[in-house]
Design a protein around this ligand. Structure first.
Ligand code: AFP
Length: 332
């Protein structure tokens, strides 16, 4: 199979589909950050990056050393591309502006530099998630308001999964492409160019330990999955839960299924656990570009109007038939 690298793929997109070279350069910068994070993740204790950092993020969650290191790698790599004028990171409370000595560009980027942190110390898959929005104007004094754009406005999104292989998965709004990092050459090589998710599902992913806290439509939907062929669904389902959204999404892109993190009554002030700007929006953009679906139980996630840069949202994403079903239960 004649393989092409990420940079050849981006060059082809520029020539054949008018991809903005600045966006191309931004994605290349993101891929370099992911390579550096991958090396640290795969070195683990040998690089002295495991364990707690002794600080908390804006969500009040304990930060792991690798959370902070990954954030710094992402911020530096992206800022050096001269293609963005602002960033939002899960690890940083405020909008990140670009240093005066660096050029700015026409894009905004939101990212979770290391998603699935609870998996770091136990050597289970984790990943980095990113979402690229157009800036209304390239300026240095960006504010939260510049990021208050629905996910439909994304121009690119993706993730890098640090698993048995390091894989970069991106969408430019015209389908989903997967790249595998060649450890010999340090090059991301295109290994799947037209990712599609089947409408039907055989697997579901949800943290069932929260069952008693779910709303009625979710309890009904999951109960029917658990009844399998003895119930209304007439077929058995399998369950997976990796506790890293990147790994769940990657599995769904590869073999189908549905992933859910519903809101629950543990804290009614929170509409869900996952964050809209740098988890739900990029993953929903990928899903819709792979023929799948993503809602918050009531509407497409990509139409949810952000009001805060770290706001949370309920997530039901994956096989269109399943997302439609559980969403319809919310409407009843
Ligand atoms: P962490 O990054 O704090 O581990 O959270 C990961 C995550 O945001 C998402 O990637 C997982 O799907 C989900 O949380 C796991 O949540 P539970 O730990 O409640 O199952």
């Amino acid at each position: 199979m004649s393989t092409i690298s990420l940079s050849q793929y981006l060059a082809r997109e520029e020539v054949q589909h008018g991809l903005d070279p600045q966006l191309s350069r931004l994605l290349t910068g993101v891929s370099e950050a992911c390579k550096n994070i991958a090396w640290l993740v795969h070195s683990g204790a040998l690089a002295g990056v495991l364990g707690l950092a002794g600080s908390e993020n804006v969500q009040g969650e304990d930060q792991k050393k690798l959370d902070i290191i990954s954030n710094d790698i992402f911020v530096d790599a992206v800022a050096q591309t001269g293609t963005v004028c602002g960033m939002v990171s899960e690890e940083i409370p405020e909008v990140i502006r670009i240093a005066d000595n660096l050029p700015i560009g026409p894009y905004l980027i939101c990212f979770d530099p290391l998603d699935g942190s609870s998996n770091i110390d136990i050597n289970v898959s984790i990943g980095s998630i990113f979402s690229v929005l157009p800036a209304k104007e390239a300026k240095r004094d960006v504010t939260d308001d510049d990021f208050m754009q629905t996910g439909e406005h994304q121009v690119a999104a993706g993730y890098c999964m640090y698993g048995p292989q390091t894989q970069l998965v991106i969408t430019l709004g015209r389908g989903v492409a997967m790249f595998t990092l060649d450890p010999k050459t340090g090059t991301f090589v295109l290994t799947n160019e037209d990712v599609k998710v089947a409408r039907e599902a055989k697997e579901f992913a949800i943290n069932c330990s929260n069952m008693r806290h779910w709303e009625a439509p979710v309890k009904r939907y999951v109960a029917e999955l658990l009844e399998g062929k003895t119930g209304v669904r007439g077929k058995d389902f399998n369950m997976r839960w990796v506790a890293a959204m990147v790994a769940e999404v990657h599995r769904i892109l590869q073999r189908g299924g549905i992933f859910m993190y519903p809101r629950d009554n543990r804290d009614l002030s929170k509409p869900g656990k996952l964050r809209l700007l740098y988890e739900a929006n990029p993953m929903s953009f990928l899903m819709e570009n792979a023929g799948a679906a993503a809602t918050n139980g009531h509407q497409r996630i990509l139409t949810v109007q952000p009001e805060k840069i770290h706001q949370r949202v309920a997530v039901f994403l994956g096989a269109a038939e399943e997302v439609e079903t559980v969403t319809s239960y919310h409407a009843e």
